[in-house]
Design a protein around this ligand. Structure first.
Ligand code: NAD
Length: 261
C-alpha cells in the first residue's frame, strides 16, 4: 500500500486527487494538509480523515507527498521530504527560482517528480510538437494560446511556459525568445519569437493551443482538459512511480510510455 500525504488538500486539485484515489486498492490517503483557515471543521470530517496544517508532523519515511499548493508550501515540502526520506510529486505552478532549486536539491536524496501538467494528453502534445517542429521549416511562426478559469493565480500557465520552452529549445533559441502578449506599436513580428497569450474566465479547466504558421497555412496542436480528473489520475500514476524509484528528478516522460519519447 502506498501512503499519500496531500498538500493543498482543500483546493481544487487536492479534492480531485482525493476523488481519484478513492476506492484504489494500492493507495491510501494518510494525511491531508492545508492552511489552518482552509481545514474543514472536525464535525464535517469523515471518521478516518486526518487533516493537519503541519506537513512536518504528517510525513514519515516511505510516504509520497502529492503537492498542489503554492510556492512557499512547495519549498518547505522539498525540505520536509528530504529530511524524512519521503518521495515528492509536485504539480504546483508559478514557482519562483528558490522553490525550483529546492526541488532539484531534494532530488539528490529522494525521488522528486515535477510536472506542470499531469495529463496524458499534454505529455503526448509535447512529443507531437517536437515532431511537428522537426517536420516544418524553421521560418514558421510559433504562438501559444492558453485558457484557464478565473481563479487561476499565475499567468501564463506552467504548461504554456513548458510548451514555449520546449519549442524554443527545439529551434535552438534562448529564453529571451518568449514574448508574453503584445500591445501598442510592436512592429512586425520578429522571426525568432514565441508569443504566449493567457486568456482567463469562467471555469475552463485548462486549454492549450500551439499554432505553427507558415505562408497561407498553419498547424494547430491543441489539448483541452475538461475535468481535473485528467490531472489527478496522472498525479496518482506519478505517485506510484516515485514510490519505488531511486532518488532523482523525474518528469511525466519517465512515467508515460518512456520508450515513446
Ligand atoms: P487552489 O487554490 O484551489 O488550491 C491550492 C490549495 O493549496 C489551497 O487549498 C491553499 O489553501 C493550499 N495552500 C496554499 N499555501 C499553502 C501552505 N503554505 N500550506 C498548506 N496549504 C497551502 O488551486 P488549484 O487549482 O488546486 O491548483 C493548485 C496548484 O496546482 C496551482 O499552482 C495550479 O496551477 C497547479 N495545477 C497543476 C496541475 C498539473 O497538472 N500539474 C493541474 C492543475 C493545477
Amino acid at each position: 500500500m502506498i501512503s499519500l500525504v496531500l498538500l493543498g488538500a482543500a483546493g481544487r486539485m487536492g479534492r480531485a486527487v482525493e476523488q481519484a484515489a478513492a476506492g484504489s486498492r494500492d493507495l491510501e490517503i494518510k494525511a491531508r494538509v492545508d492552511r489552518g483557515d482552509r481545514l474543514p471543521p472536525a464535525a464535517a470530517r469523515g471518521p478516518v480523515e486526518a487533516w493537519s496544517e503541519s506537513l512536518e508532523s504528517s510525513v514519515a519515511a516511505g510516504d509520497v507527498v502529492v503537492d498542489f499548493s503554492a510556492g512557499p508550501a512547495t519549498l518547505s515540502a522539498a525540505r520536509v521530504c528530504t529530511a524524512r526520506g519521503a518521495a515528492l510529486v509536485s504539480g504546483t505552478t508559478g514557482l519562483d527560482p528558490a522553490a525550483e532549486a529546492e526541488l532539484r536539491a531534494a532530488s539528490a536524496r529522494v525521488a522528486v517528480l515535477r510536472a506542470a501538467n499531469f495529463s496524458l494528453g499534454v505529455t503526448a502534445l509535447r512529443r507531437a510538437l517536437a515532431a511537428a517542429l522537426d517536420a516544418l521549416p524553421g521560418s514558421w511562426d510559433i504562438e501559444i494560446v492558453e485558457r484557464h478559469h478565473r481563479g487561476k493565480v499565475d499567468s501564463p500557465s506552467g504548461t504554456a511556459l513548458q510548451l514555449a520552452r520546449d519549442a524554443a529549445a527545439r529551434r535552438g533559441w534562448k529564453a529571451e525568445a518568449l514574448r508574453f502578449g503584445r500591445e501598442g506599436k510592436t512592429g512586425p513580428r520578429p522571426a525568432a519569437e514565441i508569443g504566449v497569450h493567457a486568456v482567463r474566465g469562467g471555469t475552463w479547466v485548462g486549454d492549450h493551443s500551439v499554432l505553427v504558421s507558415g505562408d497561407g497555412e498553419w498547424v494547430e496542436l491543441r489539448h483541452v482538459a475538461c475535468d481535473r480528473q485528467s490531472f489527478a489520475q496522472g498525479a496518482l500514476a506519478a505517485a506510484r512511480f516515485v514510490a519505488t524509484a531511486p532518488p532523482g528528478f523525474y518528469t511525466m516522460d519517465d512515467v508515460v510510455n518512456p520508450a515513446g519519447r
